[in-house]
Design a protein around this ligand. Structure first.
Ligand code: GLU
Length: 434
């Protein structure tokens, strides 16, 4: 049993190091987060009382560029979780070849219990507390679990008020009217969709013969379910934090999404709309969903969902991780022994940060792209990196996750070593400049 999420996450680093050559210095510098900031955010509540929230921002590594990563609002947010998420961002940005390091932020809060005005005060208070720690060339924020474009807009606005000039590039995932990029909202799902489409033929499958179960029906899981549905995949089960629905003939996803929008519950159509009559749905728990006999399982909720306890019962042939860190390292071993292919989070959900990068580029150049341009650039980049990871995995006979880390580490290692290594200083074995 690992003592922390970060320690478990770092296991992946250890495994990948066996297959790549990087300097000991580089390994040493990747073991620990570079800077971790913890802040208290006092917020005046609507009833006049003062409540103090805990907030965090971690920059794990910025060798390849400014820190980049989302801000999560969730009651279970801790420093350990934020550090792990910043760790994953570091390798995600490197795997995709984005000129960013990894960072992450979070506030320990149940945002559903706050009014909109309390939420705005909390978001602006968070920026007041971390303003000196972030910046367009230092550390760039974005949405994550339970944060959205409106919150990103407040954050950008607050940072601009503090700096006394408009700074759109400090936050990505903003409303389009405030310098956001078209295509950012759906980008995480879009990226996952492109990866699934590109990898499916390797398993002699086509959409029509492929069944899918998706855990998590938020911005990523919900949009991905709809993209897959429209492409002809049979999405047989979806769930949210309350539970899920299952139909062996496939769910009517647009209808489930509409109902979820209206009622905030994916199970609602089971009893009070026409969907149940059409598709004969059953209710199931999140745990049952993970164990369904499907071709593709998509964990798109939170971390630590596939564990040593339930991994032996996973029946899916392919797992595409849309959530960050949904599989523990102990579960990884079990899935690998069972011959299940796990396409890792740092590839599959990288569409979000890739379009965040595009947004940052657009903000800095002042030239804005069309939706087609954004999606084409996303598609070609994510498929190219997916193909490389697939090749590394095949050539070394290693799991896809290890291959993704090998790929990311070689980019990171190169950047760390470019500043000089032990070998360079002591033995003069560095590259000469002439
Ligand atoms: N929160 C998203 C992730 O975990 C997006 C991060 C970003 O766009 O910077 O990848």
């Amino acid at each position: 049993m690992m003592d922390s999420l970060l320690a478990d996450a770092s296991q992946r680093l250890e495994q990948a190091l066996k297959y790549t050559f990087i300097s000991e210095d580089a390994i040493e510098s990747l073991k620990f987060p570079q800077t971790s900031l913890s802040v208290s955010i006092p917020v005046r509540m609507d009833d006049g009382s003062l409540q103090v929230f805990q907030g965090y921002r971690v920059r794990y590594d910025d060798t390849r560029g400014p820190g980049k990563g989302g801000v999560r609002y969730h009651p279970s947010v801790t420093m350990d979780e934020v550090q792990s998420l910043a760790f994953w961002m570091t390798f995600k940005c490197a795997a995709l070849g984005l000129p960013f390091g990894g960072a992450k932020g979070g506030i320990t809060v149940n945002p559903k219990a706050l009014s909109r005005m309390e939420l705005e005060r909390l978001s602006r208070g968070y920026i007041d507390a971390i303003a000196d720690f972030i910046g367009p060339d230092v550390d760039i924020l974005a949405p994550d679990v339970y944060t959205n474009s409106m919150i990103m807009g407040w954050m950008m606005d607050q940072y601009s008020i503090i700096k006394r000039h408009i700074c759109p590039a400090v936050v990505t995932g903003k409303p389009i009217s405030m310098g956001g990029s078209v295509g950012r909202e759906a980008a995480t799902a879009m990226g996952a969709f492109y990866v699934i489409q590109a990898m499916l033929p390797k398993f002699d499958k086509d959409p029509e013969s492929t069944t899918v179960a998706i855990q998590g029906f938020g911005n990523a899981g919900g949009i991905l379910a709809e993209l897959l549905y429209h492409k002809g995949y049979k999405v047989v089960a979806v769930s949210d934090s309350q539970g899920g629905v299952y139909s062996k003939n496939g769910l009517d996803i647009p209808s489930v999404r509409r109902t979820k929008e209206a009622t905030r519950d994916v199970r609602a159509p089971y009893c009070d709309s026409s969907v149940c009559e059409i598709s004969n749905q059953e209710i199931l728990t999140n745990e049952e969903l993970l164990k369904l006999d499907v071709d593709i399982l998509v964990p798109a909720a939170l971390e630590n969902q596939i564990t040593a306890a339930n991994a032996p019962y996973i029946q899916a042939k392919l797992v595409f991780e849309v959530a960050n860190g949904p599989t523990t390292s102990a579960a990884d071993k079990i899935l690998d022994e069972k011959g299940i292919y796990v396409f890792p989070d740092i590839l599959v959900n990288a569409g979000g940060v890739t379009v965040s990068y595009f947004e940052w580029v657009q903000n800095r150049s002042g030239l804005y792209w069309t939706l087609d341009e954004v999606n084409q650039k996303l598609q070609s980049r994510i498929i190219e990196e997916a193909d490389r990871i697939w090749t590394i995995s095949q050539e070394n006979a290693i799991p896809l996750r290890t291959a993704a880390y090998v790929h990311a580490i070689s980019r990171l290692g190169e950047a760390i070593s470019a500043k000089g290594t032990r070998d360079y200083y002591l033995n003069g074995r560095g590259k000469s400049r002439n």
